[in-house]
Design a protein around this ligand. Structure first.
Ligand SMILES: Cc1cc2nc3c(=O)[nH]c(=O)nc-3n(C[C@H](O)[C@H](O)[C@H](O)COP(=O)(O)OP(=O)(O)OC[C@H]3O[C@@H](n4cnc5c(N)ncnc54)[C@H](O)[C@@H]3O)c2cc1C
Ligand SMILES: *[C@@H]1O[C@H](CO)[C@@H](O)[C@H](O)[C@H]1NC(C)=O
Ligand SMILES: *[C@@H]1O[C@H](CO)[C@@H](O)[C@H](O)[C@H]1NC(C)=O
Ligand SMILES: *[C@@H]1O[C@H](CO)[C@@H](O)[C@H](O)[C@H]1NC(C)=O
Ligand SMILES: *[C@@H]1O[C@H](CO)[C@@H](O)[C@H](O)[C@H]1NC(C)=O
Ligand SMILES: *[C@@H]1O[C@H](CO)[C@@H](O)[C@H](O)[C@H]1NC(C)=O
Length: 585
């Protein structure tokens, strides 16, 4: 057994170093829409949605211009079809991009070919881009004229329209803040119209138009976004240092950290008692350094390595081997420290601080590129290989509540730290910062975002090791501390009562009624989320986050998982293994 772990560790290290020195042939992600003679199926980038029901659509159209986009909306309106937009890669984790369960009445508009225009207004420091433009393409264009987009998600595989629609963010409490939509100063929206107007019309929404607060974060429910205008700042560089240290007092330090560092974040590995503070600030353009941040988790992985990591994780799951997971978590954390999470001064990481241009430091995704020459390597979650498969919970807290959440998680951890190794195999708790926003579905106050990923079984009915822990933390976040869910991530139960968490929610609903009175863009799935109800109650519904258990059959009693109360948050109802020696209570 020891030899095996040693082998996995060495393999991992070799690949990490190998990747920085040579370029391996990589496969870009698959197209999310797959068609055959009978019709088309839409997937997301992980290859599946929360409810595991496939999304079938009768007609998929690929407009290249704003006019074609408008004609597609007119066609859908005229034929009374349900219609949704999907981007080139379709990253949304909730099933928001799926038009309908009724195959024949549904239409999908892909923006993957609508990306020809990026207009930069240097004098006014603004850029207007077609909605299908990829984030990387946008950033490279604005950097080339000496300007910078200040906020962006860490993952560059998103489109202009898709990222603002779900409230995507990086991390900052400074200036306009870390959410991309708070840098939007205008957009064009194509909405259904009367026959006399040609069944569709384009509305241009300027910076002072009250509709902008509804349209900046719209979950695709108001119409089709065709162009987005962002404000920019003069080009700058950033200087980044990671401090891998102990996790004492994070609950007291996080605010100060965010106030002192413009692009601060913290990665917390609770089972490893480690916090990684990111000191990340603007420096003048003439500061020397031409570094890049090629985030490790977004680099290409050889299929061999991805599959062996997944196989190892699965073996630990099947053997109920908590210690095995802790070994993996320790190894991975060690590798991340050696390569500084993927920061590179030049070809490789040689030491802190790493200084580089904003365009090279904010966002990455090198697994997206490289030629389609061989089946050598992919993004680690590529659904075509037996690679990583996980859930992603993203909870957005009021800054004043966040310290108490950390204290609760620490109490849970201190009872048995090994039980928390499962998330540390991934990225622990990634803690980021978002500033208060005017967007109706944006954050109403300065907030702290926590992301954590955890093992997801290949079969929906298979319970997972220590799943009670993640269910308890999830319910603590969304119920006890009233955290708001990231619109583009999460399992269904995170959206429970969501309409009461946004003070301007009713203003969003009013805008939706005004712009799409026939509910062309409203779907079964968007209704489910916005109604804030968790209605599922079938066997095993709690395993996939479709419900909070209230009976044992919502878990998996056949395999020893019963519905029990939480350990620290007693009001939680979680699926816990009952005859385990690793049990908490
Ligand atoms: C690996 C990975 C890393 C991520 N990292 C981050 C991160 O660091 N920070 C963060 O906040 N998020 C992150 N996300 C989430 C991601 O930002 C969101 O899922 C985002 O919405 C994806 O954009 P997309 O272009 O893929 O949109 P899609 O998934 O195609 O669309 C998202 C939604 O917007 C709608 N939509 C898209 N385009 C339009 C349009 N033109 N008009 C109207 N509606 C439209 C779609 O119908 C759908 O409902 C990450 C996701 C993944 C998979
Ligand atoms: C063809 O597509 C339909 C609908 O998208 C799907 O149900 C069916 O399984 C597909 N058939 C094959 C052979 O892939
Ligand atoms: C699909 O939609 C387009 C409009 O975008 C329309 O011209 C075409 O006829 C439709 N195809 C089918 C098979 O319905
Ligand atoms: C790292 O963080 C710890 C805890 O905040 C602090 O005591 C230490 O000085 C930091 N180290 C560096 C190099 O900044
Ligand atoms: C950078 O430029 C400023 C003036 O714009 C100057 O004061 C400073 O010394 C320069 N720094 C370096 C490292 O060249
Ligand atoms: C949104 O709600 C807040 C109250 O939380 C209010 O202060 C703000 O003005 C509202 N925004 C708009 C545009 O109405």
């Amino acid at each position: 057994m020891y030899k095996f772990w040693w082998f996995i560790g060495v393999l991992h290290q070799i690949v990490l170093w190998g990747l920085t020195l040579l370029s391996i042939h990589a496969m870009p992600p698959p197209a999310p829409v797959q068609c055959n003679q009978t019709g088309c199926t839409l997937y997301n980038s992980y290859g599946t949605w929360g409810d595991r029901k496939e999304c079938h659509v009768a007609n998929v159209t690929y407009p290249k211009t704003e006019e074609e986009l408008s004609l597609a909306v007119a066609y859908a309106n005229q034929h009374r079809l349900k219609v949704k937009v999907v981007s080139k890669f379709s990253h949304t984790i909730p099933k928001l991009a799926c038009p309908s369960t009724q195959y024949v009445n549904s239409m999908l508009i892909s923006t993957s070919n609508y990306k020809s225009t990026i207009e930069i207004d240097v004098a006014n420091m603004a850029v207007t881009a077609d909605t299908g433009v990829g984030l990387r393409q946008l950033i490279d264009k604005v950097e080339a004229v000496g300007l910078s987009l200040v906020a962006a998600p860490y993952w560059e595989g998103v489109s202009v329209g898709g990222m603002i629609s779900t409230g995507a963010h990086g991390s900052s409490w400074w200036g306009k803040g870390g959410a991309v939509h708070d840098h939007v100063i205008g957009l064009s929206l194509i909405v259904p119209a009367k026959q006399s107007e040609g069944f569709a019309k384009i509305i241009r929404i300027g910076p002072l138009d009250p509709l902008l607060n509804a349209a900046k974060v719209s979950l695709g429910l108001l119409g089709v976004i065709s162009k987005v205008k962002f404000s920019l700042e003069p080009g700058f560089k950033r200087s980044i240092t990671y401090n891998f240290t102990d996790d004492d007092h994070i609950e007291d330090l996080f605010m100060d950290h965010a106030k002192k560092n413009e692009f601060a974040d913290i990665t917390w590995y609770p089972s490893q008692h480690t916090a990684v503070y990111r000191y990340d600030n603007r420096v003048p353009l003439n500061t020397s350094g031409d570094g890049v941040f090629d985030f490790l988790g977004f680099q290409s992985n050889s299929v061999l390595v991805t599959e062996s990591i997944r196989a190892t994780e699965k073996a630990a799951e099947n053997a109920r081997n908590v210690i095995g997971k802790c070994t993996m978590a320790g190894l991975f954390l060690g590798s991340k420290k050696i390569v500084a999470n993927g920061l590179k001064n030049g070809l490789i990481f040689t030491g802190y601080p790493v200084v580089g241009h904003q365009g090279k430091m904010q966002t990455s995704g090198s697994c997206l590129y490289s030629p389609v020459t061989s089946i050598g390597s992919t993004c680690a979650w590529d659904p075509r290989v037996s690679g990583l498969f996980f859930y992603e919970t993203t909870a957005i807290f009021s800054a004043t509540q966040f310290g108490n959440f950390i204290r609760d998680v620490k109490t849970l951890r201190d009872l048995k730290p090994e039980n928390l190794c499962g998330i540390d195999v991934y990225n622990g708790f990634l803690i980021r910062f978002i500033k208060a926003s005017q967007a109706f579905l944006g954050q109403p106050e300065d907030s702290v975002v926590v992301d954590f990923n955890y093992y997801r079984a290949n079969e929906a009915s298979t319970p997972r090791l220590d799943e009670n822990i993640w269910e308890e933390v999830e319910q603590m976040a969304f119920l006890k501390y009233g955290a708001r869910p990231h619109w583009g991530k999460n399992r269904n139960l995170a959206f429970f009562q969501v309409q009461h968490k946004y003070p301007n929610f009713s203003k969003f609903v009013a805008a939706k009624k005004l712009l799409d009175p026939q509910n062309m863009f409203t779907t079964e799935w968007s209704e489910e989320i916005l109604a804030g109800e968790v209605v599922a109650n079938g066997d095993g519904c709690a395993l996939e986050g479709q419900c909070i258990c209230s009976e044992d059959n919502h878990c998996n009693p056949q395999n020893g998982y019963f519905c029990k109360q939480g350990v620290v948050y007693k009001e939680a109802r979680v699926c816990r293994y009952s005859s385990s020696t690793y049990q908490l209570a």
